[in-house]
Design a protein around this ligand. Structure first.
Ligand code: NA7
Length: 557
């Protein structure tokens, strides 16, 4: 039961890249909407992740919003792969330019969202005791917004500073001369380690499994270069729209086996030295599906690692053995491998000597005690469905989403969930928007959700729900696509693996990601809209007066 709060036609949960664009669309349509975010300010991922080295792996100019020519014309991306402070400045600039901040409420944690079947409304319970009601709820929760910590004994005993990278302190933290531990070598750990290795007293990296990683090759963007990029924006976004990943990197359409080994090596040498994800996404398509092709590619990257790391034993530890190149998200690195050539840096392989506990002074492995001033947990996220699981979301008949998704998500187009009417996800699990250069997918997803809301309003419907059949068909479609992908065998957040989350530890794969590529996805969702939303049931009915709605309590739902 909550203090009666306000009523809005639409509530958007999340003020990150998705929520910002969603509120812009709603405001432009004159729809009464508000954005709620648990953080003290906007920015989502770019508000939180302030660790040294946090930056785009997407080219900055493909990451920015495309919806406003004026915005594109005025913003100067200073680096090809822009860092967190600049990214957050950009999102603030967007919000201020379009006067969106007044539609946002911060420090506003939504604890529960219950669908009231009688009134056809969502009742949201806020941590401060308020209840907010809305016809539609837009879940713009982020894919990686629920950080996870290991479950080591003694984590509270440590007397130094320790934190997850997501919660890196906002005030300056001087690591000069400090003994620092980093646990985790995913995309985040690899960015932090590369950045701080030569700035700290000593750095000890605790690695459970290495990741395949390749150079980011970042660089500044001059005023002249930025002018040239601006002149090319239409072309850039057109290319992003036709590539599977929503980038300028286009797969090499030649057959892996149709070209000679020399030609393959020439391509890889070129891509390795080029900026960004090219080595992953402009590669031969066979490396994602064919074990032999993948093994040859992996061996190429392994050789590159051997050439960069002086100590052969350390180099071998940095080469993954349990999965091939590109079947997990490829972290991009800057001087990452060279860090291990420094005398102040040590790699501890915790697959051999596991961490036993955290002590008052540091970490204990089966090999002995290590003393630290700072412990950094770069241990990843309860990815994609974590933020949903953390909210008490209840649909028709009081069914909880947590229960429905216990063994993995099932959705219609990754944007709707049967039994949870009037709830949309612009980049939900199983959506093509979640598996692409994020803002490119976000714009597509938000536009589709917005058109659906318009459709509902214009026809006076009060309820829109995906049919069980449509959801089943989509989920089977997403699941089937995994069959040909080597990624199905890898333990990564793409397949729902996380050793720190009960039920996500081992074996059971979760079909989180749509693997059909952005163009196919966009065609499909556009076709659904054009068909009058085949797969969605709409119901008409009288809307209850707003005052009555806001006055009712959550207990009634
Ligand atoms: P990731 O990619 O999930 O990486 C997490 C890392 O932390 C990975 O190396 C894990 O090892 C390691 N880890 C996790 N839990 C533990 C425990 N309990 N003990 C030791 N090591 C652990 O998360 P990131 O934050 O790096 O990247 C997430 C995304 O953010 C990234 O893909 C970008 O899109 C942005 P493991 O491999 O599981 O053995």
């Amino acid at each position: 039961m909550g203090k009666s709060g306000s009523h809005h036609e639409v509530v958007v949960i999340g003020a990150g890249v998705g929520g910002i664009y969603q509120i812009k669309r709603l405001v432009d349509l004159g729809i009464d909407a508000t954005v709620l975010d648990a953080a003290p300010d906007l920015g989502g991922t770019w508000y939180w992740n302030r660790y040294p080295g946090a930056r785009f792996d997407s080219e900055s100019f493909t990451y920015g919003y495309s919806f406003s020519k004026e915005l594109l014309a005025e913003w100067h991306w200073k680096e090809r792969f822009s860092g967190q402070p600049e990214n957050l400045r950009y999102l603030n600039h967007v919000a201020d330019k379009f006067d969106l901040r007044r539609h946002m409420q911060f420090n506003c944690t939504v604890e529960a969202a219950h669908f009231d079947e009688t009134a056809n409304l969502w009742r949201l319970r806020i941590a401060d005791g308020r209840e907010i009601t809305c016809r539609f709820v837009v879940m713009a929760l982020g894919l990686l917004s629920t950080p996870t910590l290991p479950r080591y004994e003694g984590m509270d005993d440590f007397k130094g500073r320790s934190f997850h990278t997501f919660y890196w302190p906002h005030e300056p933290l001087d690591l000069t001369g400090k003994k620092v531990a980093v646990i985790g070598t995913g995309a985040t750990g690899i960015q932090v380690i590369g950045e701080i290795g030569d700035k700290v007293g000593s750095l000890t990296v605790f690695q459970r499994r290495p990741n395949w990683s390749a150079p980011l090759n970042n660089g500044p963007i001059s005023v002249e270069e930025m002018a040239a990029i601006r002149a090319r924006y239409d072309e850039i976004f057109a290319t992003c729209a036709r590539t599977p990943g929503g980038f300028e990197h286009e797969p090499d359409r030649r057959g892996f086996y149709d070209v000679s080994r020399e030609e393959r090596l020439a391509l890889w040498d070129k891509l390795y030295d080029e900026p960004g994800f090219g080595i992953w996404l402009a590669n031969f398509r066979e490396i994602f599906m064919d074990e032999k092709a993948n093994a040859e590619m992996s061996e190429y990257i392994a050789d590159r690692i051997r050439r960069r790391v002086k100590d052969p034993a350390t180099a071998e530890k940095l080469i993954p053995r349990d999965h091939g190149f590109g079947v997990q998200r490829v972290p991009m690195e800057t001087r990452y491998f060279e860090v291990y050539n420094q005398p102040n840096v040590r790699l501890v392989d915790i697959s051999e000597t596991p961490i036993v506990r955290v002590t008052e002074t540091g970490l204990r492995t089966t090999e002995g005690d290590h003393e630290f001033d700072v412990i950094v947990y770069a241990t990843g996220f309860d990815a994609i469905t974590g933020a949903f699981d953390h909210m008490d979301i209840r649909g028709i008949g009081g069914q909880t989403l947590r229960d429905k998704w216990r063994d993995g998500p099932s959705t219609f187009l990754g944007m709707m969930i049967n039994g949870f009417p009037n709830l949309v996800m612009p980049a939900g699990p199983q959506s093509g928007s979640a598996s692409t250069n994020y803002p490119r997918g976000i714009e597509t997803g938000v536009d589709w959700c917005t058109e659906l809301l318009k459709h509902v309003r214009e026809r006076g419907y009060v309820r829109a729900d995906a049919t069980p059949e449509a959801e089943k068909r989509w989920t089977e479609h997403v699941t089937k696509m995994y069959a040909t992908m080597l990624m199905r065998k890898a333990k990564s957040w793409f397949t729902g693996y996380n050793s720190n989350v009960a039920g996500h530890e081992q074996g059971s794969i979760r079909y989180f990601v749509y693997n059909g590529g952005a163009p196919k996805y966009v065609n499909t969702i556009r076709h659904v809209a054009a068909s009058g939303y085949e797969g969605i049931d709409f119901s008409a009915g009288a809307r209850p007066p707003t005052a009555a709605v806001a006055g009712a309590s959550m207990a009634a739902s």
